[in-house]
Structures are given as C-alpha cells and as structure tokens.
Design a protein. Sequence first.
Length: 193
Amino acid sequence: MNTMTEGQMAPQQSWWGRNWKWVVPTGCLGLLLSCGCLSALIFGVTWQALRGTGVFVEAVTQAKQSPEVRQALGEPVEAGLMLQGSIQSHNDQGSANFSVPLTGPKGEGTLYVEAYKNGEDWKFTTLRVDIPGRPGIDLLGGAPAPPPDTIPFPDSPPELPDVEPLPDEDEPSEPEEPRDERPTERKKEDIEL
C-alpha cells in the first residue's frame, strides 16, 4: 500500500522558479553598482590627469595667489570638480581652452583659461576670474600674449613694389587669337618603330 499523500507526489519547482524573486533585483542592483563604480573610476582618473597638467596647475595657482581673487572669494580658494573645455598637448605643442569653478568662504567664481604651448612653457592668452556681481578680474595684468603662429603688425605699412595696373573693364582689350583644338596628325614616320 502506498502511504504517501497527494501533496508529496507533486513535482518540485526548479531553483530558478523558487529564487527568481530575489535574484532579479539583486542582479540589476549589482549591474547598476558596477556601472556606477566604473564611471566613477573613469571620471576620477580623467580628473586627476587633467589636474596634473601644467596649464591647469599654473592657472589655478595664479588665481589662488591673486590678492583680488582672495579678497573676493576669501581664503582658502579651491578649484571645483567640474572642468569644462579641453586641454590638448603633444610633445612641445599644445592648446588649452577651459573653465573651472573656484570656491571660497565668501563666494564662488569661474576661472576662464585660454593658453597655448610652443616649447616647454604655457603662454596664457586669457586668464580671467568672473565673480557674479563684480567686474571680471584679469590675472594677466594687461595685454595677453599673442596667439601662436602670428606675425605682429609693423608700425608702418610695408612699401609695395611698383606694379603695372590692370586694364579697366571698359577699355577694349586686344582679341586673343583662336586656338586650333583639332588633334594634330602624326606623320607616318613618327609612328613606325
């Protein structure tokens, strides 16, 4: 005789059927955390690489040392995390055009930088701190450095050589002789080898 009840004879569910309710949310959460960690790692490495460039360090240092910036923002002046723009450098050539937020106990501002590199040193064409409600603070203290590959204008214009002027359109010009555009005939002697 069979002493088993009907409930014991029913087939048992698979592992997935028993555990899917906690596996799906855990897997999705794990995937999201992995993507977030990877993004944070990429952002951190890129940020550290940009903060270590000579043009960034020099620009932020000049802003931190400026008495006008220290008075307006308070001390210490710190560079923010969101660098916007680009820094390109290859061997002894490079260009930079970026802005970075500056913060201090008294307020916030934005450092705007444009620079080029031709050799070892960066030359700034723009180095300015804008603070809301105040005029911009020019950290270059006057005229910016000229951009690369420019030729300064001389004090007096160069003398031009004497050139014969072109004829006016109203004056009749001599007609050109028509060209003969028919193919030339080759002599039989030239063709034979």
